[in-house]
Write a protein that binds this ligand. Structure first.
Ligand code: ZN
Length: 433
């Protein structure tokens, strides 16, 4: 026992010395700590395990505060200490800290984002139910209650004339999980955050329903004729009504059973790695795309980088204990329709699949060129990243996103003609003309 303690002590000392050395430039010592975090099974995304990982860059305060992230409980100001009584909160704090660090590393090492490397410490709130107020930071609890969601908020401050002045930087908020019966959720859907709706999929498109949905419905029936007369569709119409069915059709037939198989809707956003990567990606692109509302382009861009960080082709798959979420697929086959531009489709995976199609096409062409000893046409991930400089939080898919990719390729692709032709092919294959 003593020997063990002694060797633990010397390990601790060694770790501290190493940290002192490695962070000599900032002058503030850091103390790495080990915690268990959630990792998905590489092959089967609904399977997972808790894996011991080192949390780096933590200050030596025995709390979840480090150089780049500070994890706090709800609206509080101090970091959650390692001695916090609620073990569930500790689990989420460690998970969020680890996956945010991983996302940050990716943005710096792989994407080489100068902006991310210069970001000040980001405050991360877990189990927060308040809504965001651009003038008060937090809305009063009785005004709004958020659950099963996550979002990024822009920096802001209270107006000049108020007595209690407050200033805040960019933050990431994770609200708690609550199991809600799907049918009920669809009927009286509320609590959507006006600032930034998350990527959650049974979110509120139903109340945003408008006549365009009918057009898209017709289109969907044409694209996926195999489902028009199935027993499943009839059952769907009886059980949840026409509007819900229309909405579930917006992405084609493959989701339709999801509405009935899952009786409950819930997601513990702080436990799902890709949701954490998605939120950090919003912060990483907030130099041009402010996280003030969510529409398909800003969400699809965040999904794209989340997929790269997670190294996954399917995203946000349900995990029995933590989430009943609908999966987003990078290879979603759905075609473009103006209906998809609406805010009600911010949670769709169309933009993700459009961007991903470009990736697979560029990689195919690059491979062929390498075989012939030729240089790559371009690094597609860099093109997508550079495109974000030409976009903002209101950009749409058909003109803004498509044009900015082409403009970036015009400057950066080797033999821009081939790169631009490839992009045009991708757009056509996804129904953009
Ligand atoms: Zn988002």
């Amino acid at each position: 026992m003593i020997t063990l303690l002694r060797s633990l002590n010397s390990i601790f000392l060694l770790a501290t010395i190493l940290s002192f050395n490695s962070h000599a430039e900032s002058g503030v010592p850091t103390c790495p700590a080990e915690f268990e975090v959630l990792e998905r099974h590489p092959g089967n995304g609904s399977q997972y395990g808790f894996v011991k990982k080192t949390l780096d860059d933590l200050y030596c305060t025995n709390s979840f505060e480090g150089k780049y992230f500070k994890i706090v409980y709800s609206t509080e100001g101090e970091a959650i200490p390692f001695s916090y009584a609620n073990k569930e909160v500790l689990k989420k704090a460690a998970n969020v800290y680890y996956h945010l660090s991983r996302a940050r590393n990716y943005w710096i090492k792989e994407i080489k984002s100068q902006y991310v490397s210069e970001l000040p410490q980001t405050i991360v709130r877990i189990d927060i139910t308040n809504g965001y107020s651009s003038t008060r930071h937090f809305k009063h609890a009785e005004q709004e209650k958020n659950e099963n969601n996550a979002w990024s908020v822009p920096n802001g401050q209270t107006p000049e004339n108020v007595t209690e002045k407050e200033k805040w930087g960019k933050e990431i908020w994770f609200s708690p999980m609550r199991k809600i019966e799907s049918k009920k959720f669809m009927k009286d859907s509320k609590g959507q955050n006006p600032i930034h709706q998350s990527l959650l999929l049974v979110n509120d498109p139903i109340i945003e329903y408008n006549k365009n949905a009918l057009i898209y419905q017709a289109l969907s029936f044409l694209i996926v004729p195999d489902i028009t007369n199935t027993a499943l569709l009839n059952l769907a119409l009886q059980r949840v009504g026409t509007i819900a069915v229309i909405m579930s059709l917006t992405e084609g037939s493959k989701y339709i059973d999801g509405w009935f198989v899952k009786k409950y809707y819930y997601v513990d956003t702080a436990m799902i790695p890709e949701i954490i990567y998605h939120e950090f990606s919003h912060i990483a692109m907030s130099d041009t795309m402010k996280p003030v509302h969510s529409i398909p382009v800003i969400e699809g861009m965040a999904d794209y980088f989340a997929a790269l960080i997670a190294e996954r082709r399917d995203m946000y798959e349900a995990i029995k204990e933590f989430s009943s979420n609908k999966t987003k697929k990078t290879d979603n086959k759905s075609l473009y329709h103006p209906y998809l531009e609406g805010q009600w489709n911010a949670t769709s995976d169309f933009t993700l699949s459009l961007l991903w199609k470009g990736k697979t096409e560029f990689e195919r062409i690059n491979r062929e060129r390498w075989k012939k000893g030729q240089q790559a046409v371009g690094n597609y991930d860099n093109l997508v990243f550079d495109a974000h400089f030409l976009l903002n939080e209101s950009s749409n898919i058909s003109t803004d996103l498509a044009k900015s990719l082409i403009n970036v390729c015009h400057k950066k692709c080797l033999g821009s003609r081939m790169g631009i032709d490839t992009l045009h092919n991708v757009f056509e294959k996804k129904g953009l003309n």
